[in-house]
Write a protein that binds this ligand. Structure first.
Ligand SMILES: *Cc1c(COP(=O)(O)O)cnc(C)c1O
Length: 369
């Protein structure tokens, strides 16, 4: 609230209440200004922004899923998240069927946008035959699709569309020729697109899928906003029925009215294993660190009880001192770091008061009890 609004508010509640509010507001603003200015974790935590905010934002589901490297694995420490993840995938699969791809066998919701999810599909395919280099791509003017292939390290072979009436359609002849010229064994996949803007129309999926089956070339379909289009979904269903589709990828936000940052990777056999992390790590870690403050975080570190005898050492501020890596806890003053280390630590040469084996660190060490 700005100062004008504060004074207007005095008409509604008493001036002394408003004064209190505006003081609190000012000190809050100072914290924010300092954060913007310095970009550093505040020394003292922002207690008015409790980390319960993060907990509430995620319904107290913290551990996440897929942390062992397999997105579909049950996470023993996160029964609730695992259950929700399974349920979500199952419900989403149901919706994909309901939207027209009746024979879809498996799907995963991933915390990445469509382009990155396509990249993941390409990388997953690579493990099957490492020689594959090219991706045949009927052109669509959307940069994420292109970047998805480049990022995965493949060479897009762009096939221009042909004008039929007032529609731009897949040039099947050129696709066929490229498949033969390049050799199926060198082609990672065909990367086709359903949802797109006029004058381009959806790729001829049945024909492409048939050719992929014929030459034994994998086929990944970009179905970015196609779930809500019965035409796109029908094309995928038909393509998979008569030919080969390995995966089709769709955006969560474009199809399911949720914030940007998720996608569904679906396919006709259950062969996708992916890594996944928490859905919104940036915001969460920022809020959490602001809440704890450096001192709060340090306190947590020190609460991790080491299993050995402790003495406390004070070193001059020497951030590269290896002894600091051995600190069980640290406190910073202006000129020194108070570092709690094991009394008999091999990192410290007590007699010479130096850190052993570390030329960068000629710090003096003092016992402090
Ligand atoms: C939106 C869109 C993408 C990219 O989606 P992101 O989720 O931003 O990666 C790719 N292809 C098409 C056709 C799209 O409409």
């Amino acid at each position: 609230m700005n100062s004008e609004n504060f004074s207007i508010s005095e008409k509604i509640v008493s001036a002394s209440n408003i004064r209190q509010g505006s003081q609190a507001h000012r000190s809050h603003e100072q914290l924010i200004r300092k954060l913007l200015d310095q970009g550093k974790c505040p020394e003292e935590g922002w207690n008015e922004m409790a980390s319960s905010l993060v907990a509430r934002r995620h319904y107290r589901l913290i551990h996440g899923i897929g942390r062992s490297g397999d997105i579909a694995a049950i996470q023993p420490k996160a029964a609730g998240s695992s259950l929700l993840s399974k349920l979500t995938n199952s419900v989403v699969l149901d919706m994909l069927k309901l939207s027209g791809v009746q024979s879809v066998a498996s799907c995963f919701v991933v915390p990445m946008a469509t382009g990155m999810s396509l990249t993941l599909c390409f990388l997953t395919l690579r493990h099957k035959r490492p020689k594959w280099r090219y991706i045949i791509w009927p052109r669509i003017d959307q940069k994420s699709c292109f970047k998805a292939m480049i990022t995965a390290g493949f060479e897009p072979v762009v096939v221009e569309n042909i004008l039929e009436g007032d529609e731009l359609r897949t040039d099947l002849e050129v696709v066929d020729r490229k498949m033969q010229e390049l050799g199926a064994e060198n082609i990672l996949c065909v990367h086709s697109t359903t949802s797109c803007f006029a004058p381009r129309v959806p790729d001829r999926l049945e024909k492409l899928a048939t050719m992929c089956a014929k030459y034994d070339i994998p086929h990944v379909v970009n179905n970015a906003y196609g779930v809500q289009s019965s035409k796109c979904m029908h094309l995928i269903q038909q393509g998979a029925r008569v030919g080969r589709i390995d995966a089709f990828v769709q955006s969560l936000d474009k199809n399911f009215m949720v914030p940007v940052g998720g996608a569904i990777i679906a396919g006709f056999n259950e062969s996708f294993i992916q890594e996944i992390t928490s859905a919104s790590p940036f915001l969460d870690v920022l809020i959490t660190l602001l809440t704890l403050g450096a001192s709060g975080y340090r306190k947590l570190l020190s609460e991790r009880k080491p299993g050995f005898e402790l003495g406390t050492v004070v070193t001059p501020l020497a951030p590269r001192c290896i002894a600091l890596d051995r600190c069980a806890s640290r406190e910073y003053s202006k000129h020194a770091i108070y570092c709690t280390i094991p009394r008999h630590s091999k990192a410290i040469d007590v007699e010479n008061q130096t850190c052993k084996g570390d030329e960068n660190c000629s710090c003096l060490l003092y016992w402090k009890f």
